[in-house]
Design a protein around this ligand. Structure first.
Ligand SMILES: Nc1nc2c(c(=O)[nH]1)N[C@H]1C(S)=C(S)[C@@H](COP(=O)(O)O)O[C@H]1N2
Ligand SMILES: [Mo]
Length: 244
């Protein structure tokens, strides 16, 4: 009898420690979950602030399937004389330009990179926008839509970007084509562009519609929290951030 009780006690202790082990594993799972990168190693890409992306956050409106270069073309349509499609190779054959600039998200953070690509004017010369065209609506792989006036697209600091820090854009940063307009908040820098449409009037983009953000998106005087300086606040005068 005594022996049997002891055995039962032993069994119960064993069960308890197994339960404790499972609990620990569950907690570990949750802890990992907070930092899990859902997209690495999958066919999809989406919003991400983990791992290497702690240094340069990734924003995407919706997760979307990674773009295959061979299957991708840029469609240029709307108010232009020669609407057409471009392959990535055709775009990369345009005269190359490069710049170092900071991307400033309206939600506090910023980060800097060396961007390379081509000038918007090169594309314009090939499709020849009509006189009525005032700007371009960018349609992106994640159903993000953003508008930029021709004035901004022709600005000497605005670049159509295919490369970042010497490599082709990662899927996260907008492969195969994005806009970098450093005088505007990040939301005016559309990524993973599929279609470009010349339009006669301003259209409110995805962020301007949902957020309390201006449709124009020019960076306002205020405070920035650059990721590479540990988000330590810095005063910014408005417009492109050039002093750090
Ligand atoms: N297609 C697409 N482009 C986008 C966005 C988006 O959600 N979808 N977010 C914008 C915003 S709000 C920011 S801050 C920048 C961030 O660029 P990054 O993800 O390369 O850091 O992308 C911009 N371009
Ligand atoms: Mo942003």
């Amino acid at each position: 009898m005594k022996n049997r009780l002891t055995r039962r006690q032993w069994l119960s202790r064993q069960l308890k420690s197994v339960a404790a082990l499972f609990t620990l594993m569950a907690f570990r799972g949750i802890a990992r979950g907070q930092d899990r990168d859902y997209f690495t190693g999958t066919d999809f890409v989406g919003k991400n602030r983990t791992g290497e992306f702690r240094n340069f956050y990734i924003n995407y409106w919706k997760p979307h399937r990674r773009i295959e270069a061979q299957e991708w073309t840029l469609e240029v349509a709307g108010l232009c004389r020669q609407p057409r499609r471009f392959s990535l190779a055709e775009l990369q054959a345009l005269p190359a330009r490069e710049q170092v600039s900071r991307l400033k998200c309206v939600e506090c953070w910023s980060a800097k990179a060396r961007w390379a690509g081509f000038r918007f004017a090169q594309l314009e010369a090939l499709v020849r926008p009509l006189e009525q065209a005032r700007g371009v609506l960018f349609h992106c792989a994640d159903e993000y839509v953003e508008y930029l006036p021709l004035e901004t697209l022709r600005h000497p600091r605005t670049l159509m970007v295919t490369h970042m820090n010497g490599s082709p854009l990662s899927d996260e940063h907008g492969f195969p084509l994005r806009v970098i307009a450093p005088m505007k908040y990040g939301y005016k820098n559309p990524k993973a562009i599929l279609r470009l449409e010349f339009v006669a009037a301003e259209v409110w983009g995805t962020w301007s519609k949902i957020g309390p953000y201006s449709a124009d998106g020019t960076i306002l005087p205020g405070t920035d929290h650059p990721l590479e300086y540990n988000k330590q606040p810095r005063r910014i005068p408005g417009g492109e951030i050039t002093h750090y």
